[in-house]
Design a protein. Structure first.
Length: 436
């Protein structure tokens, strides 16, 4: 359960499904999501917190991968949900996700988005700035509602993959700047403004983080902030939300901590920062680490181009439209031949997409068995920020997404059709009449 393996025919199997059969049945490119692995990752977070004895919430950051089926899984596993737009909120609500378990993020939420959140009765608005604070207050007041609020802070901790620095993040479009006293001022306004109830603070220090020091430092900063706000305003922090960013293993070299280690470190800092009776509820917002490793993209190999003495390109039937991360972030991925897993690597090749850009390369220099046109290439760890960042560049159609589990495979997003590509296009009348 929740694992991939190789079957007797040497085919890659995920969730008990033969990927060669999945490719035949659903076509390629295809996003395959291992449902058990997603569930297991969610449970790992919940169990890690349970061990700490703290009051907690785990909010899945739906920007990593949001579909109706995914929202159902998150709801079923008892997590909260983080949304960052009207579209993500709409998806969650359509899936029947309990509104009171939703956090609404964003540095430029529109009036319409705030109203949508208020009308739906979402749990919390993570308020980012003073404009939002006053707009939310007046909207809530007019509707006779009270909006629950966390204040997003930029605590001056910026985590990188392997290390963290203490100033960089202050220059950020997100959140109230901590060092200059903006957060304190925001708390004061929350306490004055009508229609708002402020529960605590939020920060997010980065993504794909491999160590715990940055999280510890962020907690320390929020502990100090909480003390100051208690002294200044008699304000009691009830919730501290530490954001997401927990790293995953894309490649051999990646060395993330375990979920237990991340959560333990956060919990330890919380306990040492607050007296027992004042310990707030702790929230984290993992996205990548819930879905990243559960996703695999299956491509069909087409063109093969050997430049003697230089490089061998193998082209697949997708590319930067279904996975823009290599082009955007120089992200690196691993892959195997899904139809010939038992064969040893024989050659070094580079995997190209089919889009009209030289930068459309999925993987540079990977060792594979002798690759032939028609082979199936499985690129691993594509569950996070792949489907959610997919686009129609070159008018390619976004692939289907299937959930696999115990030998069952279910399409949770159907492949886009040609008609989908033009469904919003209009030809103005004057272009329909000859000669304008
Ligand atoms: N909470 C907040 C407020 C965030 O901004 C993010 C991610 C998360 C939670 C979830 O972070 P995670 O656990 O997934 O690292 N497109 C980029 C990643 C952008 C992340 C933005 N914020 C990528 O493909 O690597």
């Amino acid at each position: 359960r929740g694992t991939s393996q190789f079957n007797d025919q040497g085919h890659l199997e995920i969730g008990g499904c033969d990927t060669v059969e999945l490719a035949e049945q659903f076509g390629t490119p295809l996003y395959i999501m291992d449902e058990w692995m997603i569930r297991q990752r969610m449970r790992e977070y919940m169990q890690a917190f349970q061990k700490t004895g703290l009051a907690f919430q785990v909010a899945y950051a739906s920007k990593a991968f949001s579909t109706l089926a995914m929202c159902r899984l998150v709801a079923e596993e008892g997590l909260h949900l983080d949304v960052v737009s009207d579209g993500e909120l709409f998806t969650a609500l359509k899936a029947g996700f309990p509104a009171e378990r939703i956090y609404f993020h964003g540095n430029n939420k529109t009036r319409e988005e705030l109203e949508m959140g208020l009308d739906a009765g979402i749990g919390w608005f993570v308020v980012d700035n003073f404009n939002e604070l006053s707009m939310l207050s007046s909207l809530a007041y007019k509707k006779g509602l009270t909006a629950r609020v966390l204040l997003r802070t930029t605590p001056g901790v910026e985590a990188h993959t392997h290390t963290y620095i203490q100033t960089g993040q202050e220059d950020s479009k997100f959140g109230f700047n901590l060092a200059s006293g903006q957060v304190h001022k925001a708390v004061e306004r929350c306490l004055q403004y009508k229609g708002l109830k402020v529960d605590g603070f939020h920060c997010h220090i980065g993504s794909q983080i491999f160590e715990t020091d940055g999280f510890r430092l962020a907690v320390q900063k929020l502990v100090t902030l909480s003390e100051e706000c208690r002294n200044l305003f008699g304000f009691q922090t009830r919730i501290l939300n530490l954001g997401g960013g927990f790293g995953i293993r894309y490649n051999e070299e990646d060395r993330p901590m375990s979920v237990d280690q991340y959560i333990f470190a956060i919990a330890e800092e919380i306990r040492s920062g607050f007296s027992e009776k004042d310990i707030p509820q702790v929230v984290v917002e993992p996205g990548r680490s819930i879905v990243g490793e559960a996703g695999t993209t299956l491509y069909r190999v087409g063109t093969i181009k050997q430049i003697p003495g230089v490089r061998k390109y193998i082209s697949v039937d997708g590319g930067m439209n279904d996975n823009p991360r290599p082009a955007l972030y120089r992200a690196s991925y691993e892959a195997i031949l899904a139809n010939r897993t038992s064969e040893q690597p024989e050659e070094t090749v580079s995997v190209a997409g089919k889009l009209c850009e030289s930068g459309d390369m999925l993987i540079w220099d990977i060792d594979l068995p002798h690759v032939k046109s028609g082979d199936l290439l499985a690129v691993t760890c594509t569950g996070a920020y792949n489907y959610s960042m997919a686009n129609n560049y070159n008018r390619l159609r976004r692939p289907a997404v299937v959930f696999v589990r115990d030998g069952y495979s279910d399409v949770v997003v159907r492949r886009e059709s040609m008609e989908d590509l033009i469904k919003n296009d209009r030809i103005p009348n004057r272009l329909l009449t000859p000669n304008g």
